[in-house]
Design a protein around this ligand. Structure first.
Ligand code: SAM
Length: 296
């Protein structure tokens, strides 16, 4: 990289750094460090990280991905929850003046405030990370609901979660997470990563997912809270019919049943259909028709 040392991610250097600081990885923080420089290069390529970009990295660990980002991006802001990693990063990031490390839980982070404080407003903002897998979904939701203009999100996660994020209607992985993310974002799996590329090796395989904001959402949502309630409730008992799940949501008494039937009818939906068959657009239409019947 910019110095004469081998990359942080080379297995020998990773081992030497951990020994020097007496650092042991912690399961509760999802610490599985990448030790495959080829994978790191491909992550930076998948994120199309250039000097036009300011990058926020979630969980730098000992800095394996951070140094690759530093070599490609304008500025890198790395948020790390584990205080034991701060002295390690102070040393490993020493040669990279465009990297700032903050001791910060990303889920508690005020992202607009961090962006305003650390970036100049002249560069695209991208998120790139090898995520702590135990909080993949909360982190994605935190990023997607933050009021900042995000040019792209490129993140490693458990392969099963990547499948749910990209799933299409009619498949077993399609569910409320697919809908929550795909309405506003285009999502694709860039490549998958074998568990042997990490120290320690996780119990699961991994995938790099790239997300870009869509110009327009797939469906206009009449009422976001009511839409989320409808989608989650429709998948509550996946193997049961939509009709059955909707009664759990809105009531089993005659009046509620009549209204649900009317909304299904107005949406051209058979009561016997299962939620996994409904596109995002169809859920949006159903929510509007339920709302017209007074069901929120
Ligand atoms: N980027 C490094 C790599 O690729 O080798 C480490 C990735 S490791 C899978 C996840 C990192 O996220 C760890 O460094 C962990 O301490 C950190 N982490 C876990 N929970 C976090 C949180 N809530 N906020 C910020 N960082 C977190």
């Amino acid at each position: 990289m910019t110095n004469n040392l081998p990359p942080i991610a080379s297995p020998a250097r990773t081992r030497a750094i951990m020994e020097e600081f007496g650092f042991r990885t912690k399961k509760q923080f999802g610490q599985n460090f990448l030790t495959n420089t080829d994978v790191l290069r491909r992550i930076v390529d998948a994120g199309e990280v250039t000097p036009d970009d300011d990058v926020i990295e979630i969980g730098p660990g000992i800095g394996a991905l951070t140094e690759f980002l530093a070599a490609s991006a304008h500025q890198v802001l790395a948020l790390e929850i584990d205080t034991n990693l701060l002295p390690v990063l102070a040393e490993t990031m020493g040669p990279y003046p465009n990297v700032t490390v903050l001791n910060q839980d990303v889920l508690q982070a005020d992202l607009p405030a961090l962006v305003a404080e650390h970036f100049d407003g002249q560069h695209n903002i991208k998120f790139v990370a090898n995520l702590p897998y135990y909080i993949t979904t909360p982190i994605l939701m935190h990023l997607l609901t933050a009021p900042i203009e995000i040019a792209g999100i490129t993140v490693m996660m458990q392969k099963e979660v990547a499948s749910r994020l990209t799933a299409q209607p009619g498949t077993k992985d399609y569910g409320s997470l697919s809908i929550a993310v795909q309405n506003g974002m285009d999502v694709e799996v860039a490549f998958t990563v074998n568990r042997n590329s990490f120290v320690p090796a996780p119990n699961v395989d991994s995938a790099i997912v790239v997300l870009h904001k869509r110009q327009e959402p797939r469906a206009a949502i009449a009422n976001q809270a009511a839409f989320t309630k409808l989608v989650k409730g429709s998948f509550a008992a996946r193997r049961k019919t939509l009709w059955n799940n909707l009664q759990h949501l809105y009531g089993k008494e005659t009046d509620a049943k009549v209204k649900i039937k009317a909304a299904l009818n107005a949406s051209d939906l058979e009561p016997s259909i299962r939620a996994e068959r409904l596109s995002i657009e169809k859920f949006a239409e159903l929510q509007k028709n339920l709302q017209n019947e007074g069901l929120l």
